[in-house]
Structure formats: C-alpha cells, structure tokens
Design a protein around this ligand. Structure first.
Ligand code: ADP
Length: 297
C-alpha cells in the first residue's frame, strides 16, 4: 500500500502567476481524481510530481522517496501519461513499447519481448501490434500511452487530462482499463470532466486558482450541499438578473431555455424547486462561488 504525501507545495511562475498555493494532500492506493477548471493548477501539480518541473517550496513524498530532492528515484517507479501522447515517427505499437522499455532499462531481450506482448494484450492492442501508431484513433493512442506508463511496475501513475479527445466508446474503454490497473498502484488522474471522477474515483480533490478547495469522497461532497441546490427554468433575458440576485452555480440550456441551479441554505422561493445535488453542482459550488459556508474538507 503506497502513500503519496504532498505538503505545502508552492509554485509561482516568472510571470507572477501563482499556480500552486500551499497545496497539501495525502493519497493512497487506487484512483484519485484531481478536478478543476482550466488554469486551476492541475498540470502544474502533475508536472511537479512527475519531476518535470520544480516547486518553489514544500515537499512531496511517495512512501520514503523524496520526490523533489531525489527525482531520479521517483522516475524509477513512475508512469506518466501526458495530456497528448503524441507519436510523430512512423513506428508500430510493438516497436514503440519495445523502445520505451529499453529506455526504462529493461535490457534483457526475452524479458522485454514478454513484457511488451503482455502490455499489448492488457490494453487490447495485441492484434494491432504491427500497425503504425500514427494511424491509430485517439483512444488507441491513449491505450498505447497507458501501456508505456505501465512499463517497469510503477507505484505511481500520473494521467493528465486523458479523455479530452476521446469519443464516448473510447472513453469507456479507457476508464475500464484504468480501473483495472488501479488496484495495486496510486493513479492520479487530472481532469476538468466531472463524469471522469464520478465514474472512476473513490476519492478526489477539487482545485481552483492553485488551491485545493475540497478533498474527500464524491458522496461526502454531494452530502455537504444536499438540500441547498435549487433549480428553475427561466427566460434568457432573466439570466443576468438572477445572477445578480442569487448564487448561480450553473446555467444550462434545456430545450432552448436556460435552466439554472443556485446555491441557497434556505428556499429562495420565486419558482425554484429543490433538486438532489450532483457532482457537477459540487464542482461549480467549489470553484465558482466564494462561499465561506461551504467547508473544504
Ligand atoms: P490546469 O492544468 O488546471 O489547466 P495549469 O497548471 O496548466 O492549470 O496552469 C495554472 C496557471 O499557471 C494558469 O494561469 C496558467 O496560465 C499558468 N501557467 C502554466 N504554466 C505556465 C508557465 N510555464 N509559465 C507561466 N504561467 C504558466
């Protein structure tokens, strides 16, 4: 059972943007979701943990490995799948994984061949092993990405916005694959897609403007705002007025008319009905509203 312990991590870029603002979090085996809008600081955190960039201060440990001061130790047990697993050269799935395995230090030919074939089977690409990765669909490329992230029995796998370009079927297959490998390792999954977290993660955190604004289970997060989310269908020209008057969490067009969700401790009246909150309401409550009444943990 591994533990990733991050304490007081800070990062300000030379342009003055504070991307990580005293980030502290502890994560154990399984799939952990890091949810936040674009610009929240998710990639900055992922890249720091993947030892691709340095923090200004703070600490991060994977069990007894000091990630910030001993990046080469961490890299031995790290699998990293970047946002886009780009493949530019004309190379087959087999050749690519074989090459990555060489880079990870697996020099024994027989051992490497067995590993590559095992991984190809695991990500369901064995039949396509001799086809060029360049011609693969987005989902297939991501599966090659996961296969390469699994080389060398990693203890920590970092996956940055993995489902962005995938169609629903590909996304499903990718989710199943992640859930399958998550049992024995820590998988850190960064995403701005609420459903990714809902479907996959037993624990998650919400990040906004460099800070962790929630950390816990999806169920607890939903329970926190139970009875406080209200819905109303309005006319388009009423939107601005409602935004001024209420804590609007979200507005969605349904059959051409905006349906708004607002956060309110008590009934707001005016044609609102209470709705059972979902994870999307949690996400927007934590990231859009500046509510002191909503606890962060
Ligand atoms: P996310 O992954 O949640 O979209 P990022 O970590 O990419 O967030 O970005 C957090 C903030 O830091 C954003 O305001 C972004 O513009 C800024 N940022 C990210 N990388 C750099 C960089 N290399 N130099 C300057 N600013 C950056």
């Amino acid at each position: 059972m591994g533990t990733l312990k991050i304490e007081n991590l800070n990062k300000t870029y030379p342009n003055g943007v504070k991307a990580l603002d005293n980030v502290s979090i502890e994560i154990s085996n399984g799939m952990f979701g890091l949810l936040g809008p674009n610009g929240a600081g998710k990639s900055s955190l992922m890249r720091t943990l993947a030892t691709l960039q340095e923090a200004d201060s703070g600490s991060a440990f994977l069990d007894d490995i000091d990630i910030l001061n001993n990046p080469s130790e961490l890299r031995k047990v790290l699998g990293y799948l970047p946002q886009e697993f780009g493949v530019y050269a004309k190379i087959t799935a087999y050749q690519l994984l074989d090459h990555m395995a060489v880079l990870k230090g697996i020099s024994n030919n027989k051992e490497r061949k067995e590993l590559v074939n095992y991984l190809l089977q695991k990500v369901n690409l064995y039949d396509k092993r001799n086809k060029s990765v360049k011609g693969f669909s987005g989902g297939m490329k991501q599966r090659v990405g996961i296969a390469q992230a699994l080389i060398g029995s990693p203890k920590l796998i970092i996956v940055d916005e993995p489902t962005a370009g995938l169609d629903p079927g590909e996304r499903n297959r990718f989710h199943n694959l992640l859930a399958d490998v998550a049992q024995d390792v820590i998988i850190l999954l960064s995403t701005h897609i609420v459903d990714d977290v809902k479907e996959l993660c037993s624990n998650f955190a919400v990040m906004n403007q460099g800070e962790i604004v929630y950390h816990g289970t999806p169920d607890n997060a939903i329970n926190q705002i139970k009875g406080k989310v209200w819905q109303k269908q309005i006319e388009r020209d009423e939107l601005a007025n409602h935004q001024e008057k209420f804590e609007v969490i979200s507005d969605k067009m349904i059959a051409g008319k905006p349906v708004i969700h607002i956060y309110s401790e008590t009934s707001p009246g005016e044609g609102f009905t209470a709705v059972p909150p979902n994870l999307e309401d949690v996400f927007f409550t934590k990231t859009k509203l500046n509510l002191t009444s909503v606890p962060t943990v």
